[in-house]
Write a protein that binds this ligand. Structure first.
Ligand SMILES: [Cu+2]
Length: 178
């Protein structure tokens, strides 16, 4: 029988501890970079400029209000018409460029479709067939479309690449206005 090779247990242990310590305390810069937020903008047109965006699970969506007026961002389920308690934000107006803007940030853990609307400028109504959809409030100015949108939470790289270029910028300098 061959003698067992001489181990150097102290050295091996020390190496293991060093590795574990390095992993535990690795600076954040060594970790995979988090995907940057996807921005959705509002102004006096009373619409969500990027009304359909795609994000990965956990990736932030930041709603940015560049309007002088207030808006809400409320999730709803088209199948039962119920609104979300968690996906429920509001953003106040801003006087214009150079002032602080009000934002609302949310992320979703799981893939799926997240519908939302602004309750100031749209209202949920049940359509024939039982589906609930937002409709433009009759008293609201702006375009004819209801103020509403959809977040697609997905890992599909092609969908993620389809976001409009404006969704990469927090502030759109020319988009202020109420
Ligand atoms: Cu609104």
């Amino acid at each position: 029988m061959h003698p067992l090779p001489r181990l150097r247990p102290h050295t091996a242990l020390a190496a293991a501890v060093t590795t574990a310590t390095a992993l535990l305390f690795a600076p954040a810069s060594l970790a995979a970079p988090a995907a940057p937020p996807v921005y959705v903008h509002m102004n006096g047109a009373n619409m969500f400029l990027e009304n359909v965006v795609a994000v990965r699970p956990g990736q932030k969506v930041v709603f940015v209000n560049e309007d002088t007026g207030d808006h809400t961002i409320i999730g709803y389920d088209p199948l039962d018409g119920k609104t979300s308690k968690r996906f429920d934000g509001d953003v106040t107006g801003t006087p214009g460029a150079g002032h602080a803007v009000s934002t609302y940030t949310i992320a979703f853990a799981h893939t799926g479709l997240q519908f939302y609307y602004c309750s100031v400028h749209a209202e949920l109504m049940k359509e024939p067939g039982g589906r609930t959809m937002p409709k433009k409030r009759p008293t609201v100015h702006g375009f004819g479309d209801p103020m509403a949108g959809l977040i697609i939470v997905t890992n599909d790289k092609r969908l993620l690449r389809d976001n409009p270029p404006t969704s990469r910028e927090k502030i759109l300098p020319d988009y202020f206005g109420g």
